[in-house]
Design a protein around this ligand. Sequence first.
Ligand SMILES: CC(C)(COP(=O)(O)OP(=O)(O)OC[C@H]1O[C@@H](n2cnc3c(N)ncnc32)[C@H](O)[C@@H]1OP(=O)(O)O)[C@@H](O)C(=O)NCCC(=O)NCCS
Length: 198
Amino acid sequence: MTVEIRRSRAADVGGIADVCTRGYRATYRGLLPDEHIERTIRDFYGEDRIAGEIDPAPPHWLGYVVAVEPGAGVPGERVVGAAGGAVTGDATGELYVLYLDPDRRGEGIGTRLLDHVTGQLLEHGATGMWVSVTEGNELGLPFYRARGFIEAGRRPAYTEPDTEPDMQSHNGSDVPHSVRMYRPIGRSRSSMIPECND
Ligand SMILES: CC(C)(COP(=O)(O)OP(=O)(O)OC[C@H]1O[C@@H](n2cnc3c(N)ncnc32)[C@H](O)[C@@H]1OP(=O)(O)O)[C@@H](O)C(=O)NCCC(=O)NCCS
């Protein structure tokens, strides 16, 4: 089936919420505490919040980008992937979200969504982009490495000062960390990796 990559519209809200919810759960189960997973889904991937984020608000949010295909046996389109980014510095951007229907990995859809967000960042003058990937996310890290991102630092994946004991990861080790990854984009590819300054 043909998958199209395009800017999202109001009719995509339910599909984006579904794909991000299922993608987030499938990615982080066993890696982050269940209560953190469910809270993140509630806070970021509920339909109300997504409805308010369909329209771009540049430079701080460039809007959801979706991968859609014709719905099998139902009218309209089915969302199979969603992504979104923002301009976060003078000439840098950040990929904030990239999730797929877990059954649709490995078809090149993630690359096409990443390309679309990269194109948006280039249009806004970015010459490099960042992404944070949770340490141990072996569905995400190899993908970004294959697409030219280089590991440039790490930081706690999240902070919950009031619930310190819950910050232990399931295997009892320290708080999970995010790997900060960077790649230059556009024509002026530089070998310099700037300090992570956020
Ligand atoms: C990360 C993700 C969006 C990638 O999308 P995708 O459509 O599966 O990836 P593609 O088919 O476009 O693959 C792109 C490249 O990454 C490589 N790759 C992807 N996943 C990989 C893995 N787990 N291990 C090794 N290589 C991998 C592929 O080999 C391919 O490289 P190549 O074309 O040079 O051979 C998708 O796998 C996913 O949803 N993962 C879980 C959610 C997630 O981690 N999101 C990111 C949170 S920051």
